[in-house]
Design a binder for this molecule. Sequence first.
Ligand SMILES: Nc1ncnc2c1ncn2[C@@H]1O[C@H](COP(=O)(O)OP(=O)(O)OP(=O)(O)O)[C@@H](O)[C@H]1O
Ligand SMILES: [Mg+2]
Length: 227
Amino acid sequence: MSANGHITISNVSKIYELGNSQVVALDNISLNISKGEFIIIVGPSGSGKSTLVNIIGGVDTPDNGDVNVADMNLTQMNAGELTKYRRNHVGFLFQFYSLIPTLTAMENVLIAAELVKIKGAELKSRGAEVLKAVGLADRGDSYPSQLSGGERQRVALARALAKYPDLIMVDEPTGQLDFESGRKMIELIKEVASTYGSTVIMVTHDITLLDLADRVIQMQSGRILEE
Ligand SMILES: Nc1ncnc2c1ncn2[C@@H]1O[C@H](COP(=O)(O)OP(=O)(O)OP(=O)(O)O)[C@@H](O)[C@H]1O
Ligand SMILES: [Mg+2]
């Protein structure tokens, strides 16, 4: 895997049919992202940010163009292969933490690790390691309802890390958090991503966070305006 060509997006378009009309969500986008980069994507509502993130994360597929992550060509994968790609390579972090309420913090984290076939003693130590990395070493037995919003978001981050992801996709992660906790959360994501060598692609409306990015990508009407 070459360091520079980690993620290569070439001439990607996505068009949604809405009755008689078409919505061009992505209009011929090309973009290269290096391994370990911390990218922030900004732009008005409806400019295509989530669509782009979903396509890179293997949640959605483009109508045209090519998407390569590491040595994998996502655009040639079938649904089963895309599921495998997401499970093995991508950590997701969204505004609503989507923790399972009936499972403890540790159990929530271990589910993600089990999916990539980590077992036994390694599974236990992996869970402990990533919970420690997000500062929750002593909260593994807590249920989501016993954790603050910021702590829940950190469990979700630990869950994303448990598979040692090549890529962490983050869409509006700080919506539920106050200004200071939100920034701390992004600083934590940046720190652990660099520890684990993960590339981060993050969508946010919070322009006070832009200084944390290695690169800011600005979108408008389905296009990349400037970097
Ligand atoms: N499933 C869909 N069907 C039809 N149109 C869609 C669908 N998903 C997204 N769109 C349209 O595609 C465009 C881009 O949407 P997208 O969700 O990528 O925007 P966004 O930049 O993430 O916006 P926001 O900041 O509000 O989250 C919008 O015009 C949206 O209405
Ligand atoms: Mg969005």
